[in-house]
Design a protein around this ligand. Structure first.
Ligand SMILES: C[S@@+](CC[C@H](N)C(=O)[O-])C[C@H]1O[C@@H](n2cnc3c(N)ncnc32)[C@H](O)[C@@H]1O
Length: 206
């Protein structure tokens, strides 16, 4: 937590430990979902940050059009569904996760889950928000990733990001803050210790 205000503390922790877990293959994620290791992501006490992010977006855009990168098996979809999204597109590298998300939530009008690489997924659609819940650290250079998706935001549209609060994710937060206007940000404490960071932002020139 101290590293939120004091970047040098975070840098001490990450120095010499290599970079983030970028470029893990689809198999890795398929195994996480197939083995049940990610069942915890659906538990109520694991989803407070997702509910907050959904609320931040829906307050600005009721019934939003939204794209989620790294949608997993649909935990964020569950949170945004109560805000009646007009359109929801979920993208994930794991076909196991996408199949599960389709079974759970795929019948809802306007909802679609597709297998794709979130580092550079291509679509011409425009959205009120593009969100990255607990995913952006796996996609490569975060500023490049947001630059890639800026063309998919309607004028005034928002990016939404959540990440588990730790030293490496804080690097991402600082890099994004340099290039984006932060609209809302919060820290959500987990009952068992630790916390999630939740924020919305838009390109500074957007
Ligand atoms: C920690 S899980 C979070 C899942 C979901 N967003 C949630 O909050 O429950 C990380 C997710 O990112 C996905 N992922 C990792 N690398 C990816 C990539 N390059 N493109 C798309 N999805 C990716 C994984 O398959 C996994 O579903």
């Amino acid at each position: 937590m101290a590293a939120l205000d004091r970047p040098w503390i975070g840098e001490l922790f990450v120095r010499g430990r290599g970079e983030t877990a970028y470029d893990r293959p689809a198999d890795h994620w398929d195994n996480e979902f197939a083995s049940g290791a990610f069942d915890r992501l659906s538990r109520s006490d694991q989803r407070h940050h997702l509910r907050l992010l959904a609320g931040m977006i829906a307050e600005t855009f009721p019934n939003p059009k939204i794209m989620e990168i790294g949608c997993g098996d649909g935990a964020f979809h569950r949170a945004i569904a109560s805000h009646g999204p007009e359109r929801y597109l979920g993208v994930d590298l794991s076909s196991v996760a996408v199949e599960r998300a389709r079974e759970r939530y795929g019948k809802r009008a306007g909802t679609e889950f597709v297998v794709g690489n979130g580092s550079n997924h291509q679509t011409d659609e425009l959205f009120d928000a593009v969100v990255f819940p607990e995913c952006i650290e796996f996609l490569g250079d975060p500023v490049e990733v947001l630059r890639h998706y800026a063309k998919n935001l309607k004028p005034g549209g928002l990016f939404g990001i959540t990440q588990w609060l730790a030293a490496k994710p804080l690097r991402i937060w600082r890099a994004v803050k340099d290039t984006h206007e932060v609209v809302d940000e919060a820290v959500v404490n987990a009952a068992w210790g630790g916390a999630w960071q939740v924020w919305t932002c838009r390109p500074k020139n957007g």
